[in-house]
Design a protein around this ligand. Structure first.
Ligand SMILES: CC1(C)S[C@@H]2[C@H](NC(=O)CCCC[C@H](NC(=O)C[NH3+])C(=O)[O-])C(=O)N2[C@H]1C(=O)[O-]
Length: 351
C-alpha cells in the first residue's frame, strides 16, 4: 500500500514541542527519493542565533553502529568473517568469554557490560572527564570486562556500547585498515556522503556545523556546549559525524539493498524486542520501530553529548526520515522529537 503523504504541519508541531521541552534547536528531513521535506525550529548556535540547517553536520552517536554493521556484513559476504564464529577466532585473548560470537556483538546479546554506564553516571562531570581524552580500544574493553558478564552469551538482549567497540577492533584486525578507511571505501565514497566523516580523535566538526548542548542532571542548570569532544569513548560505536541528508541517503541505500547482500540484510532484520513496549526491536546493528499507523521503520537512534538523533527508513528504503535535536540527556525532548516519525511516515499527529 502506498505510504500516506508526510504531514509537514505535524512535523513542525513536533519540532516546536521539542523546543518547548528544552532543546535550542531541532530539525527533520524527509527524503522520498524524488522529493525532500525539510523543517527546522530554533537555533544551531545559541551564541550567534544561527538557525538549524538540514545540511548541517552533527554527531550521530549510535547511528554509527549501523555504519559499523554494514562494513562487517560486507566482510561476511566476502568470506572474511563468519558471524557465528567466536570473536576469539579474530581477536584471540581479547574477551573473557570465548563463547561470545560476532553475531552476539551485533545483536547486543554478548553479556558484555557497557562501560559508558560508569563513565556517564553523572552527566556533566562524566562528559568533562572524557571530552578531551583519547582511549585505546583495549582500555575501553578493559573498563567493560572489569565488570562481571550481564548474561550468558546469546541468552539476553542488553544494549552495550562495548559490543561495537569490539566490532571496530575486529574490522581493523581482519582488514588491516582503520574503521575510518573502511567507512570511506565501503559507504561514504560509494554513496557520495559529502557531509559524513569519521574524524576520531579530532574534536572539531568542520564545515556547516550544528552546535550541541548537553542538558545537566540538575533541573534548571544552564546547558553545556558539548560540540567539541573526541568521542573517543565511543569510536566505532558512536563517533561518526553526518547530516540529515546524508543519513537519509545511507538508510535508503541500506534498506534498498545497495549496501549489504540481500540474504545478509535479512539476517540484520531478524529482530528481538529491545524493551517492553511491543513496538521497538533490535536486529543486527539496526532498530525497528512499529509506528501507530502500522508501518514498521528501520534505522537507529543516537545519543551523544549535545545531540539526539532518529534516522529511520521504510523496509524498501523509499522514504527516509532523520530528525535531530541539539540537546541530549533530556528525555522529554527525545520522546517528543520521535513524534516527527509519526508525522513523516504516517501523515498524522502522534496520538
Ligand atoms: C541506547 C542509547 C540511548 S545510549 C547509546 C549511545 N550513547 C551513549 O552511550 C552515551 C550515553 C550518555 C549520553 C549522555 N547521558 C548521560 O550522561 C546520562 N547520565 C547524554 O544524554 O548526552 C547511543 O547513541 N546509544 C543510544 C541509542 O542507541 O539510542
Amino acid at each position: 500500500a502506498p505510504l500516506p503523504a508526510p504531514d509537514p504541519d505535524g512535523v513542525g508541531d513536533a519540532l516546536k514541542r521539542t523546543l518547548a521541552a528544552g532543546a535550542p534547536g531541532a530539525m527533520t528531513r524527509v527524503d522520498d527519493g524524488r522529493t525532500t521535506l525539510s523543517r527546522t525550529a530554533g537555533v544551531s548556535d545559541t551564541a550567534t542565533g544561527a538557525g538549524m540547517d538540514t545540511d548541517g553536520r552533527f554527531r550521530i552517536g549510535s547511528v554509527t553502529k549501523t555504519f559499523s554493521t554494514v562494513v562487517l556484513m560486507q566482510l561476511v559476504a566476502e568470506g572474511a568473517v563468519d558471524p557465528d564464529a567466536p570473536v576469539e577466532r579474530y581477536l584471540p585473548g581479547v574477551l573473557p568469554d570465548t563463547r561470545i560470537t560476532v553475531r552476539h556483538l551485533l545483536s547486543h546479546r554478548s553479556g558484555l557490560w557497557d562501560y559508558s554506564n560508569d563513565m556517564f553516571a553523572r552527566t556533566v562531570p562524566g562528559f568533562e572527564a572524557v571530552r578531551d581524552r583519547v582511549f585505546t580500544v583495549r582500555e575501553l574493553i578493559d573498563l567493560a570486562t572489569a565488570h562481571p558478564a550481564t548474561a550468558v552469551p546469546g541468552t539476553t538482549y542488553q544494549y552495550s556500547n562495548t559490543n561495537f567497540v569490539v566490532i571496530g577492533a575486529l574490522i581493523e584486525k581482519v582488514t588491516g585498515r582503520t574503521v575510518r578507511e573502511e567507512y570511506e571505501r565501503r559507504i561514504i565514497d560509494p554513496l557520495d556522503l559529502r557531509n559524513t566523516a569519521y574524524v576520531h580523535p579530532e574534536t572539531s566538526i568542520s564545515g556547516k556545523r550544528i552546535r550541541g548542548y548537553l542538558t545537566p542532571d540538575e533541573a534548571g542548570a544552564p546547558l553545556v556546549d558539548s560540540t567539541e569532544q573526541t568521542v573517543s569513548w565511543a569510536q566505532s560505536a558512536g563517533a561518526v559525524i553526518s547530516s540529515p541528508g546524508d543519513l537519509d541517503r545511507f538508510m535508503s541505500a541500506l534498506l534498498g539493498g545497495r549496501l549489504v547482500r540481500a540474504d545478509l540484510l535479512e539476517r540484520m532484520l531478524e529482530m528481538t524486542p529491545s524493551d517492553g513496549s511491543g513496538v521497538r526491536f533490535y536486529g543486527l546493528g539496526l532498530r525497528r520501530r512499529d509506528l501507530s499507523c502500522g508501518i514498521p521503520v528501520y534505522g537507529h537512534t543516537g545519543t551523544v553529548q549535545g545531540y539526539y538523533t532518529y534516522s529511520f527508513t521504510t523496509r524498501d528504503g523509499r522514504r527516509s526520515v532523520t530528525s535531530v535535536a541539539n540537546t541530549s540527556n533530556n528525555g522529554t525532548a527525545n520522546t517528543v522529537l520521535g513524534d516527527t516519525l509519526e508525522a513523516a511516515f504516517c501523515g498524522k499527529r502522534a496520538t
